[in-house]
Design a protein around this ligand. Structure first.
Ligand SMILES: O=P(O)(O)OC[C@H]1O[C@H](O[C@H]2O[C@H](CO)[C@@H](O)[C@H](O)[C@H]2O)[C@H](O)[C@@H](O)[C@@H]1O
Length: 376
């Protein structure tokens, strides 16, 4: 196994890596401990942090567990210092609802394109991943949104599964963290398997490996109560939301023992989930770029992409938008997090309010049903 095997990518580091991490065993000497800023957050070199998360040495498993904790911080007593942090974070990432007029002004003369993460953005986070349903009201809102703007769902889930939750044929879907992209069915007919062209599957050669690793992970983790392995086709999720914290170490060992044999796979983290995926340079940011290109906006200055997501994997897309200097990202979070998003929304209900306002703005500005002449 090489050093590149299983490291948390940059996007897994967030400001919510809190004092717990500063005190953790990743940093074995006082001199190594990262400085804690006045706000209680950590300012450390990302490179050093990533180095410490490499798991190719047996002693590093603690780093995994600390990283699992850091990626799933427990919130929080409202101490004065936390409230101060919250206020200063909100100054930097104001509510997209409060800033609606400014956002619309910035989009003037440009084609808005909408990118929506699924879990934690369109549906609330729940214990059982198979029951992460979106509400009827949210579905209606997204349906209306897609009449106004080209709209894509970008999810870590298997594309078919996220489609089963969303059930809107008129959208683009990028499943498996963007490694499985499909366009809408022309003419708005039903989304039928095989009835439209696959636009992009950059990790197809990994399918047999992912299936193999899925079976091994199922077997290995079955002794850990609450652990759940989800096959997301081009990537895998090992959920620990329902695993007692004292068992996280054991679970990390089990996962490590499987993937150490697969140098072409890497580990990332989401909300109480370990995600195993191919090492290829493809992520939600690349998927966003691919979709913009497919929509005919490759080198356009008159496009305004808006990406809404709640998780670390969404940071890849926020970063691309910052680099392109186009549109912006909106992070769905109640708590301060290190993010490349420009704005924030607290929870899926606020996402729905924001999407409804966009639809309403389009209706009022352009009249009628707002069946807009999109480029697709
Ligand atoms: O990119 P996303 O659409 O946000 O998918 C990321 C992961 O979402 C799901 O897990 C998360 O939501 C579950 C249901 O609320 C929750 O139980 C879990 O703890 C969260 O991590 C999905 O099950 C994963 O496969 C996705 O990778």
């Amino acid at each position: 196994m090489t050093n590149q095997n299983v490291v948390a990518p940059e996007s897994t580091i967030n400001l919510a890596i809190s004092v717990a991490v500063a005190n953790s065993s990743i940093f074995s000497t006082a001199a190594q401990k990262p400085p804690v800023t006045p706000g209680g957050y950590i300012s450390i070199s990302r490179k050093n942090f990533l180095k410490n998360l490499e798991i190719n040495g047996g002693a590093r498993i603690n780093a995994w567990v600390e990283s699992m904790r850091a990626s799933s911080p427990t919130h929080h007593k409202s101490t004065p210092s936390l409230l101060e942090d919250q206020t200063s974070w909100m100054d930097q990432h104001p509510s997209a609802l409060d800033m609606f007029e400014q956002i619309i002004d910035a989009s003037k003369g440009k084609q808005i394109v909408m990118f929506l993460d699924y879990d934690g953005t369109l549906s609330p986070i729940v214990e059982d991943p198979d029951r992460a349903f979106m509400s009827k009201k949210m579905r209606t809102t997204v349906r209306k949104l897609a009449r106004c703007f080209p709209t894509a769902i970008v999810s870590g889930r298997c594309r078919d599964k996220v489609y089963k939750f969303v059930r809107l044929a008129e959208l683009y879907y990028a499943g498996s963290h963007g490694m499985d992209i499909r366009g809408p069915v022309k003419g708005g007919s039903k989304y039928k398997k095989g009835s439209e062209a696959v636009l992009c599957q950059p990790a197809s050669e990994f399918l047999p490996m992912i299936d193999e690793v899925y079976k091994q992970l199922l077997e290995k983790t079955k002794s850990t109560p609450g652990a759940k392995v989800e096959n997301n086709k081009f990537c895998l999720s090992v959920h620990f939301r329902c695993v007692e914290e004292k068992k996280w170490n054991e679970l990390a060992q089990q996962v490590k023992s499987v993937i150490k044999e697969y140098p072409k796979l890497r580990l990332t983290q989401g909300r109480k989930v370990l995600e195993i995926r191919p090492t290829i340079k493809w992520d939600k940011g690349k998927a966003l770029e691919f979709l913009l290109e497919s929509l005919g906006f490759a080198n356009c200055s008159d496009v305004f992409p808006v990406y809404i997501g709640d998780d670390k994997t969404d940071e890849d897309a926020f970063k691309i938008l910052r680099e392109r200097g186009q549109g912006f990202g909106i992070l769905v979070s109640k708590y301060p997090k290190d993010t490349n998003a420009s704005y924030s929304l607290q929870e899926p209900n606020e996402v729905m309010d924001f999407l409804q306002r966009l639809v309403e703005w389009k209706r009022v500005s352009f009249g009628g049903e707002a069946r807009v002449s999109c480029k697709y």
